[in-house]
Write a protein that binds this ligand. Structure first.
Ligand code: ZN
Length: 354
C-alpha cells in the first residue's frame, strides 16, 4: 500500500495528514502558521509536521511515496516555487517544494490550494464515485475559489494561473474585485459579497429584521459593551446592538430562512449569479458534477435548491442537463487530503520530483 502526505498551507494554520492509496486518512495534525517568523521557519515547521504526521500514522518516512503541498498562489509549479502570497506578507519566490524534499528526503509536488482542495473532493469526497472524470468545485468563502478537473486532471493553464472561475466576469462594469477586474463572480457570490450587499441595502434605508439585531448607527461597538448587551438581551429595539459591520453571511441566511424579505432578495441574487456561473461552466466544460464548498454551504439546500433552480431556468434547452449540483463533503480536511491526492496523481503520472 502506498502512502502520501498532504500539507495545506493556510494563513492561520498548516494542516497535514497521511492518506493511503485507498483514500483513507491514516493520521492528521494541524500547527499554527506563525507567519511572523518568516518563510524559512514556516517551511521548516511544515517539513517537521510531515515527519511528525508520518510517525503518528506509524509509517517510516522513507515508506511515504510522496508529499503534496497546497499553497496560495501565484506559483511556479514546474520549479516548485511560491511566487507571492497575499495572506503571507514577505513571501516572495520561496522554493518551498525543494526545501520540503531536502528536509524530509521525500519527493514533493506543489499545487495551488484551491486546486488541491478540488482534487481532494474529486478523489476522496463528493466526486469519489465510479465514472466521475469531470468535476468543477467552487469554494464560497471570503472569495470564490475554484478547481477544474477535466478527464481526471486538474486544469492549470499555460502560466499556472488556471482555473479561477471566481474571476469570471458576470456583470459588465460591475462591482470592483480585489483582483483588479470589475464584475467578477467573487464580487457577487462570496460570503463577503453577500454581507456587503445586505449592508448596502440596509444603509440605503430598507427595512429588515436584521435591524433588530444590528444597529446602523453603531459601527464599532466595544467587545465589553457587546458582552454586556448580550446579557441584557440584544436584539430588541432600543437595546444596545452591534454595528452592521458585525453581520455575517450566517446572519443573512438565518434572516432569509425566517422570511426576511431583504435577506431573501439577496440570497436569490447570489443564487442567480451562481446559477449563471454553473451554466457558463457547463457550456465550456460539460462536467458531471459542480461541487460547492466553503463556509456558505452551511446554508444547505436553502441556498442550493435556489442555485439549482436558477441553473434550470437559465441553462440551454437543446438537450437535458445531466450535471449534478451538490455540496462538498470533506470540509476543512479537503486541503490536506487534496494535497496528498495531488502527490498520488503526480506519482502515477511520473511528475513527482525529488
Ligand atoms: Zn476578480
Amino acid at each position: 500500500m502506498s502512502h502520501y502526505i498532504g500539507l495545506d498551507l493556510g494563513g492561520t494554520n498548516v494542516k497535514c495528514g497521511v492518506v493511503d492509496a485507498d483514500r483513507r486518512v491514516r493520521s492528521h495534525l494541524s500547527i499554527p502558521t506563525d507567519a511572523s517568523k518568516g518563510p524559512g521557519a514556516v517551511v521548516e515547521a511544515m517539513a517537521q509536521a510531515a515527519l511528525d504526521v508520518a510517525k503518528k500514522a506509524g509509517i517510516p518516512i522513507e515508506k511515504v511515496d510522496g508529499i503534496g503541498i497546497g499553497a496560495p498562489g501565484p506559483l511556479d509549479m514546474k520549479r516548485g516555487i511560491l511566487r507571492a502570497a497575499p495572506n503571507l506578507p514577505g513571501w516572495k519566490d520561496v522554493p518551498i517544494r525543494d526545501r520540503i524534499t531536502q528536509i524530509t528526503g521525500r519527493p514533493a509536488v506543489l499545487e495551488n490550494d484551491a486546486n488541491a482542495a478540488a482534487f481532494g473532493e474529486f478523489w476522496a469526497g463528493a466526486g469519489k464515485r465510479d465514472g466521475v472524470r469531470d468535476m468543477i468545485m467552487l469554494t464560497l468563502g471570503t472569495g470564490v475559489g475554484s478547481g477544474l478537473i477535466v478527464d481526471g486532471m486538474l486544469i492549470h493553464g499555460a502560466y499556472d494561473l488556471g482555473a479561477e472561475a471566481g474571476h469570471m466576469i458576470v456583470v459588465p462594469n460591475g462591482r470592483a474585485c480585489g483582483c483588479g477586474q470589475a464584475g467578477c463572480l467573487e464580487s457577487y457570490a462570496s460570503a463577503t459579497a453577500t454581507v456587503k450587499r445586505v449592508i448596502e441595502l440596509l444603509r440605503g434605508g430598507e427595512p429588515s429584521s436584521l435591524l433588530d439585531l444590528f444597529d446602523p448607527w453603531e459601527e464599532k461597538i466595544e467587545a465589553e459593551e457587546l458582552r454586556a448587551s448580550k446579557i441584557i438581551g440584544a436584539g430588541k429595539r432600543g437595546m444596545k446592538r452591534p454595528g452592521l459591520d458585525k453581520i455575517t453571511a450566517k446572519d443573512v441566511f438565518d434572516a432569509a430562512k425566517a422570511g426576511d424579505a431583504l435577506a431573501l432578495r439577496v440570497v436569490d441574487e447570489v443564487a442567480t449569479y451562481l446559477g449563471i456561473a454553473c451554466v457558463s461552466l457547463c457550456r465550456l466544460f460539460d462536467p458531471q458534477m459542480i461541487v460547492f464548498a466553503g463556509g456558505m454551504i452551511l446554508a444547505g439546500d436553502f441556498l442550493f435548491d435556489r442555485v439549482r433552480e436558477a441553473f434550470r431556468k437559465q441553462t440551454w434547452k437543446v438537450v437535458e442537463s445531466k450535471v449534478e449540483i451538490v455540496q462538498a463533503v470533506l470540509g476543512n480536511d479537503a486541503g490536506f487530503i487534496g494535497a496528498a491526492a495531488v502527490a498520488w496523481n503526480a506519482a502515477r503520472t511520473g511528475a513527482l520530483k525529488g
